[in-house]
Design a protein around this ligand. Structure first.
Ligand code: NAD
Length: 279
């Protein structure tokens, strides 16, 4: 379905008059990079149990036995295939362009795929962590991993899980300089989110919040839009299927971010170039 042109123009007019724009993004933004969203039909959580595989306690999970290790191997294998191919899409790049124009101040993301950073945004607040960063379970040290190295590690772990070689898994993930085993630094179900104070500050002090590709079902990240709204910001939402924050938004656009955002950014750059405020 073609998005409503009038709404695109209204969104572009609001954005072009903003100097403190913040984007709040979810899994939908990376859908056009080939990473499936969690809650759409056919998504990962349609086929895998989030409470079994999305928890953060690696040791308790491994102790669950053979049924678990095989399901974990299937899940991990699918994640590796998807993440390895994923590159930033036009939606990610449009946000970089808004930053370059001096409009976008930061990106608050629920995604763990590092695609905003790789696209080139300089201030990305990842409230659910980053799958390319490791966390040592002994000393708490965090460190980034190279893409190739991470996927090699992932494939080794998949092979060991299939053989139910749990001692091998623990030895392979013991990567920290202290000798401790490490896990991905992503927020599991029931674990505290990261950098939420910073995200709330951004929401409270922005003049416009752009909500992109999120169902708004995950707490507490889903409180970001209302915090921005209560502090007086204009709110624009783009979602491929429906408006998930009704009653909160000034403009709600149904469309894919990779298709819609570049068109809005092009309009913004025209408004800015003409020097005339469209509002
Ligand atoms: P979600 O799966 O609950 O919702 C995704 C939303 O995006 C849906 O409302 C859907 O209609 C919309 N959407 C799908 N494709 C789109 C597109 N091309 N353009 C615009 N909108 C699109 O995702 P969520 O709200 O981010 O919550 C899921 C949680 O799972 C997040 O906390 C996130 O950490 C995690 N997750 C991350 C990734 C990733 O890093 N890429 C992927 C899946 C899930």
């Amino acid at each position: 379905m073609e998005p409503d042109l009038e709404k695109l123009e209204k969104a572009a007019a609001i954005i072009s008059s903003s100097g403190r724009l913040v984007a709040f993004t979810g899994a939908g933004v990376s859908e056009e990079s080939g990473i499936p969203t969690f809650r759409d039909p056919g998504g990962l959580w349609d086929r895998f149990d989030p409470y079994e595989l999305g928890g953060g306690d690696v040791f308790a999970a491994l102790a669950r036995g053979s049924g678990f290790t095989h399901r974990a191997a299937d899940f991990l294998e699918e994640m590796i295939e998807v993440m390895e191919r994923a590159e930033p899409n036009p939606g990610h790049r449009a946000l970089v362009e808004l930053e370059r124009m001096g409009i976008l101040r930061s990106v608050i993301t629920q995604n763990i795929d590092d695609l905003h950073g790789r696209a080139g945004n300089s201030r990305v607040i990842e409230v659910h962590g980053n799958a390319y960063r490791m966390l040592c379970l002994y000393c708490g040290r965090r460190f980034m991993m190279e893409k190739e190295e991470l996927f090699r590690l992932g494939r080794d772990v998949v092979r060991m899980l299939r053989k139910e070689d749990l001692a091998g898994v623990i030895a392979r993930i013991s990567l920290c300089e202290c000798g401790g085993p490490c896990r991905l630094d992503v927020v599991g179900f029931g674990e505290p989110v990261q950098r939420m104070g910073e995200a709330i500050h951004e929401a409270r002090t922005c003049d416009c919040l752009l909500i992109l590709g999120t169902s708004g079902e995950v707490f507490p990240a889903n409180t970001i839009p209302s915090r921005a709204r209560e502090a007086g910001a204009r709110v624009i939402e783009i979602n491929a299927t429906k408006c998930c924050f009704p009653g909160l938004v000034d403009v709600g656009i149904v469309g894919k971010t990779g298709a819609v955002l570049p068109r809005i950014v092009e309009m913004v750059s025209r408004y800015r170039g003409s020097g005339v405020s469209p509002l």
